[in-house]
Design a protein around this ligand. Structure first.
Ligand SMILES: Nc1ncnc2c1ncn2[C@@H]1O[C@H](COP(=O)(O)OP(=O)(O)OP(=O)(O)O)[C@@H](O)[C@H]1O
Length: 273
């Protein structure tokens, strides 16, 4: 479980990023940390990775405090930054040097993912394009078997085929014991693979629910005419007329549109889902 309680953080005085952030994530699986540019997604991942420390309040992952940077926590955690740091090593040499830090590292899995991404282990990491570096590091991250994977903007810089390979590999690789938190402002890139959604807006978590809970409570409907019965929580104009978000009144399942939900919560952060 990930728990923050009254968490405060700023880089510079009088420029607060978080002033009392409190939330809990109990479920495992793939969790999308969504929010606009500059809202604090990377900051939250850095705090979870123990790279920066809370100014006040509590941040706990299971029974560990990330800021203590205990080896037993760090060996179960992998953080993949938006722009990965890569040494002047081949993928194979990097793996040989760093895999021993992760007790559950699966070399076969790494080879399989590299193959899916069409990368040869002999390639030098520092000579790859940004997208290729991200794919190589993604392969390493998934092979670590860490119980917490923090992926910052994982699809940023990937071409269109690589984005769908990434989604497929991620879904196939993750076990029930793992939690992946992936931050993105490209919500369409991760639609359909998320188990949970965390939306950050103006220093607060405005949505923290599983996709199942959201699908049970909300309906996403396209309609030529805007209902005037007060059932509409949020709407956007579209080619077919209106794309509306409303509370589910029937058991009919509708396909979730994360972008519509995200926009609804950015416009009305107090909306109760
Ligand atoms: N090293 C830093 N020093 C000072 N301010 C910083 C630093 N890193 C981030 N910030 C500020 O903290 C706030 C949150 O930044 P953060 O990078 O966490 O946002 P983000 O949600 O990840 O944005 P994006 O989607 O653009 O990556 C922003 O106002 C940013 O300007």
């Amino acid at each position: 479980m990930i728990k923050t309680n009254n968490l405060h953080f700023h880089y510079k005085k009088n420029q607060d990023v978080f002033t009392g952030l409190s939330f809990e994530i109990e479920h495992k699986g793939i969790i999308g940390l969504l929010g606009k540019n500059g809202i604090g997604k990377t900051t939250l991942l850095h705090l979870l990775a123990g790279l920066i420390f809370p100014k006040a309040g509590e941040l706990k992952v299971g029974d560990q405090f990330p800021m203590q940077r205990r080896p037993e926590y760090l060996s179960k955690l992998f953080f993949l930054p938006d722009v990965p740091f890569v040494p002047q090593l081949s993928i194979a040499a990097y793996t040989k040097a760093y895999a021993p830090l992760y007790p559950d590292f699966d070399a076969e899995k790494m080879q399989g993912i590299l193959k899916d991404f069409e990368l040869e282990p002999k390639l030098r990491l520092d000579k790859l394009s940004l997208g290729q570096q991200k794919k190589a590091m993604m392969a390493f991250a998934l092979a670590t078997g860490c119980s917490l994977l923090l992926l910052d903007e994982p699809t940023n810089g990937l071409d269109i085929p690589s984005k769908s390979i990434f989604r497929k590999i991620l879904v196939e690789s993750i076990t029930d014991a793992q939690t992946v938190i992936l931050s993105t402002h490209l919500v369409k890139d991760v639609e359909n693979i998320l188990d949970g959604i965390l939306i950050l807006e103006r220093g607060e978590i405005v949505l923290n629910q599983s996709v199942d809970q959201i699908s049970q409570r909300l309906q996403f409907v396209k309609t030529p005419v805007l209902p005037e019965d007060g059932s509409v929580l949020y709407y956007e104009k579209c080619l077919e007329g209106y794309h509306i978000l409303q509370y589910a009144e029937t058991d009919d399942y509708t396909e979730m549109d994360i972008e519509l939900l995200f926009n609804a919560l950015c416009h009305q952060p107090t909306l109760t889902i």
